[in-house]
Design a protein around this ligand. Sequence first.
Ligand SMILES: [Zn+2]
Length: 176
Amino acid sequence: MDPQWNDVFSVEDTSKKWRRIAARFDWSGLRCGCDQGARHVPSSFAALVAAQTEEEADGAGLRNHIEVQSMLFESAVPVVSMILAALDEELLTDAARWGLLYLLMVLVLGESEHVEVLSGRPDLELECRDAARDGIPLLYEELRKERVRGRAEYAICILEALGEDRDELIAIRRDI
Ligand SMILES: [Zn+2]
């Protein structure tokens, strides 16, 4: 095991909700777009959460892994819950918050990659949306605040994918 992977389960970090969620899954057994399995995903996620710059927040190890050109792999589903936990709980840089919201938008708007369809998971986008519904209040908050340019647009896209009314979302956006 590499040190970053061990770090995910280190005792002092169990206070972080996203790490507790990550610890519930056998990542080695989940498919990833890189064909190596999703074992690296928690440490890639830790890097995104800790991102200080836009470059660091581009989702390395997640984009083109849990999704490839918006085609989803099964490892995307637990990441949705991890994103919401991190948005809710972590002290994030604006870059990290932007990267997390962007990734969440890609996951709820994607569709199952062909290999997932063949493996019995044809509706991964629906699984991602179900996982994201817990975060609806948080996403409305994100929409109202918009501390970083463009993030409200991501929140609108995500909330619309979750079945929220687009006209109402736009109206909230206008009132900011
Ligand atoms: Zn991968």
